[in-house]
Design a protein around this ligand. Structure first.
Ligand code: FDA
Ligand code: NAP
Length: 445
C-alpha cells in the first residue's frame, strides 16, 4: 500500500516552509495535528540561490517572516533566529528593517533544519491524480521521482498544497545557453568561470533583478563595459511608502478578493509599481552615482541603452551577439558580449501540468482560470474529494501579495484552518468573510 499523509506539499520554498510551521503550531497535543510530507526537487533547501548576490537586501521588512503575522509568539520568528545565533542586539543597533538576502536565507535554512523528518529533497512531483476507488486511504495520489533512484513513488493524501514558485521568463525566441542566461541561473553560471578578462557584458531589463545584476557585474569585472538594456527612460523607483505598502496587508487580500472587477483593476493600475519593473531607492541612486563618478574620471563603464528592448540574441563561439532595438528611432544596434543575462522577470506559478490528470474535476472561471476559494482551495466538481490548495499563481484572485513573502504567515494559517474545517475559529487561523469557502459573486460564471 502507498504511504499516506493528510497533506502532501509540492515544493519546499518559503511558502510551504511557512505551512510546515503553521501545522506544527496547531494547538493540542501532537496527535491532533495532520500528518504532512513535503517534496522538494532541489537537493537541499535553497531560496533563489543564484540571486544571493552579496549585497542584495530583502524587499520586505524582517517582521514579515514565515510566522510573526500569524503567531508572534512562535519559536520560528526572525527575532528567535537572531536570538539563537547571538545577533539580536547588533541587529537592533544596525537600525535596518531590511536584512540582506543572505541573512534571510540563513534564517530560512535554520527554520527548515527543524523539520527534516517531513521533507524529502531531490524529489520532484510529476503528477497529482485522483486515487483509485479501491479502498486505499486518501482521495489523491502524488507521483514523485527522485534524483538518485530510478522509477517513481506514489504517495496518497487527502490534501495537496502546491507551492512550486515563479517560472523564469525570457523574450520570445530567446534560447538560453552557455553565455545566455536568465537571472535565476546567474551566480552558478558566473562562478563557473573566470570573467576578469571580460570586455563587455549585457544585462537586460529595468526591474530589481536587472539593477542588482548591473551593479554586481560592474563590481565583479575589472574593466568590462556593462551594457544595460533598459526599456524605460531610466530605472523607476519601487514604491514602498506607507499607504501603498498596505496593498500587502492581510486586509488587502480580502478587499481584493471580494472587490469588483473595477476595484481589482485599480490595484494593478496604481500599485503594480510596488513590485514589478521597479528598483529599490538605494540601489537606483547607487547606480546613478557610479555612472556620474565614471563620467568624472573618464572611465565610463556603465552604458545604459535607454528606451530600448532586446529583440534577438545569438550565442557565438566566445560569447553572444545581442540585437537591441531603440524605441525612439526604431534602429537596431548589435553588441558582441562575453555574456548576457536576462533580468526579464517571471511568469506566475503554473500548476497546470501537475494537475493535468485532475483537470476534468476543476472548475474554471469565464477566463479559463481555476476558481479558487478565499482560503486558497481549488473549487472542484461535486463528488471530488481531495483538497488542492495553491500558494502562488493566484494574483488574479488574491492580489499582489500572492507571489510574495508578505502574507505567507497568514496565508499558511488560512490553509491549515481550511484543511481542519476550522477556518471560522480565528487565531491561529485568520478569520475572513468567506470562511465557508464561498467566492465573490463576480468570480462565479
Ligand atoms: P519558491 O520559488 O521560493 O519555492 C518553490 C520551490 O518549489 C522551489 O524550491 C522549487 O525547487 C520547488 N519545486 C518546483 N517544482 C517542483 C516540483 N514539481 N516538485 C518538487 N519541488 C518543486 N518576495 C518578497 O516578498 N520579498 C523579497 O525580498 C523577495 N525577494 C526575491 C528575490 C528574488 C531574486 C526573486 C526571484 C523573488 C523574490 N521575491 C521576494 C518573490 C518570491 O516569489 C518569494 O520570495 C518566494 O520565493 C515565494 O516562495 P514560494 O515558496 O512560493 O516559491
Ligand atoms: P520584473 O520586475 O518583472 O522586471 C522585468 C524587467 O525586464 C522589466 O523592466 C521589463 O520591462 C524588462 N523586459 C522584459 N522584456 C524585455 C526586453 N525584451 N528588453 C528589455 N527589457 C525587457 O522582474 P524582476 O526584476 O526579476 O523581479 C521579479 C520579482 O523578484 C519582483 O517581485 C522583485 O521584487 C523580486 N526580486 C527581489 C529581489 C530582492 O529581494 N533583492 C531581487 C530581485 C528580484 P517591461 O516592464 O517594459 O516589460
Amino acid at each position: 500500500m502507498n504511504e499516506y499523509r493528510d497533506i502532501v506539499g509540492v515544493g519546499f520554498g518559503p511558502a510551504n516552509l511557512a505551512l510546515t510551521v503553521a501545522l506544527d503550531e496547531v494547538p493540542g497535543n501532537g496527535t491532533d495535528r495532520p500528518s504532512a510530507l513535503f517534496f522538494e526537487r532541489q537537493p537541499e533547501f535553497g531560496w533563489h540561490r543564484n540571486m544571493l548576490l552579496p549585497s542584495a537586501k530583502m524587499q520586505v521588512a524582517f517582521v514579515k517572516d514565515l510566522v510573526t503575522f500569524r503567531n508572534p509568539g512562535s519559536a520560528y520568528t526572525f527575532v528567535s533566529y537572531l536570538h539563537h545565533v547571538g545577533r539580536l542586539a547588533r541587529f537592533v543597533n544596525n537600525q535596518d528593517f531590511f536584512p540582506t538576502r543572505l541573512e534571510f536565507h540563513d534564517y530560512l535554512e535554520w527554520v527548515a533544519s527543524h523539520f527534516t523528518d517531513r521533507i524529502r529533497y531531490g524529489a520532484e512531483v510529476r503528477a497529482i491524480r485522483p486515487a483509485p476507488a479501491d479502498g486505499s486511504p486518501g482521495s489523491l495520489e502524488v507521483a514523485v521521482r527522485y534524483r538518485d533512484r530510478p522509477g517513481s513513488q506514489v504517495v496518497s493524501a487527502d490534501n495537496v498544497v502546491i507551492s512550486t514558485g515563479l517560472v523564469p521568463r525570457v523574450p520570445d525566441g530567446t534560447v538560453l545557453g552557455e553565455r545566455v542566461w536568465h537571472s535565476s541561473q546567474f551566480l552558478g553560471r558566473f562562478r563557473a568561470r573566470d570573467w576578469s578578462g571580460a570586455r563587455r557584458v549585457a544585462v537586460v531589463g529595468a526591474g530589481q533583478s536587472a539593477a542588482e545584476l548591473t551593479a554586481f557585474c560592474y563590481d565583479n569585472t575589472t574593466n568590462a563595459e556593462i551594457i544595460s538594456v533598459v526599456p524605460s527612460y531610466g530605472y523607476s523607483i519601487a514604491d514602498d511608502t506607507p499607504f501603498a505598502n498596505e496593498v500587502f496587508d492581510g486586509q488587502a487580500v480580502d478587499d481584493y478578493y471580494f472587490g469588483t472587477k473595477e476595484s481589482q483593476d485599480a490595484y494593478w493600475r496604481y500599485h503594480r509599481n510596488t513590485n514589478y519593473s521597479v528598483v529599490d531607492d538605494d540601489l537606483l541612486r547607487e547606480l546613478y552615482r557610479r555612472s556620474y563618478d565614471d563620467e568624472f574620471t573618464g572611465a565610463r563603464r556603465l552604458n545604459f541603452q535607454r528606451l530600448s528592448r532586446i529583440d534577438g540574441v545569438e550565442e557565438t563561439a566566445d560569447g553572444a551577439r545581442i540585437s537591441v532595438r531603440s524605441l525612439s528611432t526604431g534602429q537596431r544596434n548589435h553588441f558582441d558580449v562575453d555574456f548576457v543575462v536576462f533580468g526579464t522577470g517571471y511568469h506566475p506559478m503554473d500548476p497546470g501540468p501537475l494537475l493535468a490528470e485532475v483537470d476534468q474535476y476543476l472548475l474554471r472561471d469565464e477566463n479559463g482560470r481555476y476558481r479558487v476559494d478565499r482560503h486558497h482551495r481549488l473549487l472542484t466538481r461535486d463528488g471530488f474529494g481531495g483538497g488542492i490548495y495553491l500558494q502562488g499563481g493566484t494574483e488574479q484572485t488574491h492580489g499582489l501579495s500572492a507571489s510574495l513573502l508578505s502574507n505567507m504567515a497568514v496565508r499558511s494559517g488560512e490553509i491549515v484552518g481550511s484543511i481542519l474545517g476550522r477556518a471560522k475559529d480565528g487565531w491561529p487561523w485568520t478569520d475572513s468573510r468567506a470562511a465557508d469557502g464561498s467566492e465573490p459573486a463576480a468570480a462565479v460564471s
